[in-house]
Design a protein around this ligand. Sequence first.
Ligand code: ISL
Ligand code: CA
Length: 558
Amino acid sequence: MKKQWWNDKICYQIYPKSFCDTNGDGIGDLPGIISKLDYLKDLGVDMIWISPMYASPLADQGYDISDYYDIDPRFGTLADMDRLLAEAHKRDMKILMDLVVNHCSDEHEWFRKACEDPEGRYGKFFYLEHTEHPEELCNWRSYFGGSVWEKLPGHEDYYYLHVFHRKQPDLNWENPELREEIYRMINWWLDRGLDGYRLDAIINIKKALPFRSYEADRDDNMVTCTRMLHDAEGIGGFLGEMRDRCFKPHNAFTVGEVFNEKDSELPDFIGDNGFFSSMFDFSATVFGESQLGLHDRRDITPDDYRNCIFAAQKRIEPVGFISNIIENHDEPRGVCRYIPEGEISADSKKVLATVYFLLRGLPWIYQGQEIGMENWKLDSIEQVDDISALDSYKVMLEAGVSEEEALRAVEKYSRDNARTPFQWDGTAQAGFTTGTPWLPVNPNYTELNLEAQKNDPASVFHHYRKLTRLRKSAEYRDTLVYGSFEPYLQDRHNVIAYFRKSDKQTMLVMANYQTEPQTLPLPGNVKKVALNTASEVKTVDKEITMQGYQAVVLELED
Ligand code: ISL
Ligand code: CA
């Protein structure tokens, strides 16, 4: 693997709407992000991905863009964006924007013009079907529920494709004129000083054509639109072109949001001349998913979690550099997902942090993760904002699931869990806003907030700071960044342990992932304890007795 400028970076995701509000309108903004750069620098962050803040009706919270060349006034102005880039670069930090180009907003000028003249230039920017027999359109179900086909406004016999919400019409990547427009826009931002991108839902830009129906997978006679991805060939043509025309000339960093990839595609995706610099490991994220609905999802045990991440590490290691996460703006809080219910505590949060953060690849922290923010308890479906969770709720009720069970499933998996405002301190609205936040603050903010944790050396926050410093330390950096990954005690129940090895040294990351203590064999003598989440490290004769929810990072003797 060729070394790259970004390999040793520590990355952070900001969901701008919920990060920091400076003008009291209840919506986080760019000046808010700028005001927290010093905080992030101190945490050890080098690279920040900001979820979309382009002009948007916010039907899908910014993932529906109406003008790619402007910042939404609710988030700030282009001048704020320029200031953010300058302030970040001053601190030797990089800024990534979200590249949402599978679709735009139905309020984008292109789509409005397509509605005016479906057969004209802009009609060809989208997938429009001209038919008097809509029942013959293919039977794909959109990610957010319902058919992917919607009547083109102002027309009786034209339909447009949307694999996400109906306010997110898919862009037709087969059309070279559309691709030119996209590349022009990407280069406009990169020339402005942007350092790279997170590529949204990118695998969807290639459709299996011509459109055709598949066997239904639910009673609605539809099939998930991901079904067509198995048959979609040739995405590499688009991705390679985009890399060569945009990212490569700028030496930009890119991380792909890639689901459903085929194993054979990995080298093309993140090999040395890959389409992307990196891509996220979603193997644990998607564990237990069910086509039937959220209520049917299987919980993930610590052993399952270990097996997922270890398999991904093995699969990726010969190819490239993966991006490791425990949560993002589409997922419940990692601590509520990967720690068994009833065992969530500062100790177990630190264990989870240690385990995922030191895997081979880029560590990503999602806002609030560094203080161990948790899911939001729901009293009623009325409280839910997430369009995807609302759809799932409907599907569950239609399938005969009780309202209570459906609500509990939404509570567990809703995207709102990650979208409640950042808990800065114990004052009103957790210090996020002086107004009314667009989504309520998690009531646990009075206890769980950054200010309190800053004052507590044993806090989750201080542990994350230790982790970033460990990965950057002169002593261990080369091993923790470039060293190989090797599982240890892979068959032991509730143990997650692995080696990171380089020519220089062998490190052992080891976690007792349960409440009860357990004694485990050590593969060699301990040279140094690099990190420890408990009060002591008890070793006797190549054995270690670990407390409940304890993680250690050990340097071993040669
Ligand atoms: O493929 C999935 C799961 O197997 C979906 O989760 C899908 O890939 C994902 O929802 C895509 O998410 C991204 O694009 C969406 C947006 O709503 C999300 O917030 C974003 O992360 C549409 O732009
Ligand atoms: Ca604001």
